[in-house]
Design a binder for this molecule. Structure first.
Ligand SMILES: [Cu+2]
Length: 119
């Protein structure tokens, strides 16, 4: 009986480790082009990684569905860009030309988080 419980516990641990590996591996793969609309709802930007061309001005389109004040602003701290997002309609956010690299963006409280992948 004890052996059975130990084996079940071991299987559970293996399952948890496997699940976390999978979820971590899946996250960076999803890089969306800048042309797609970024949904703002349920505490996440969807997609949360956005591919943007280097050395070119870009416009992002945010569609905010979350009416809470948390989602009101999107802030690109490294670029000195921020924008107020309208609820239920697309808001365009213009970005300057950037060097290649990764630039995080977030709501003003850092709960919503996303990354610009400039390449
Ligand atoms: Cu927030």
């Amino acid at each position: 009986m004890n052996l059975l419980i130990n084996l079940l516990g071991l299987a559970l641990i293996v399952g948890i480790v496997w699940w976390f590996w999978l979820s971590k591996r899946a996250a960076p793969a999803a890089v969306a082009p800048a042309a797609s609309v970024i949904m703002v709802k349920d505490g996440v930007y969807e997609p949360e990684r956005i591919q943007v061309p280097a050395h070119e001005e870009t416009t992002l389109h945010f569609l905010r569905e979350d009416p809470s004040p948390c989602a009101e602003y999107v802030v690109f701290a490294d670029l000195d860009v921020s924008a107020q997002l309208a609820v239920g309609e697309e808001t365009e956010v213009k970005l300057p030309a950037m060097e290649a690299g990764e630039y995080p963006f977030a709501c003003q409280m850092q709960m919503y988080r996303g990354t610009l992948v400039v390449a």
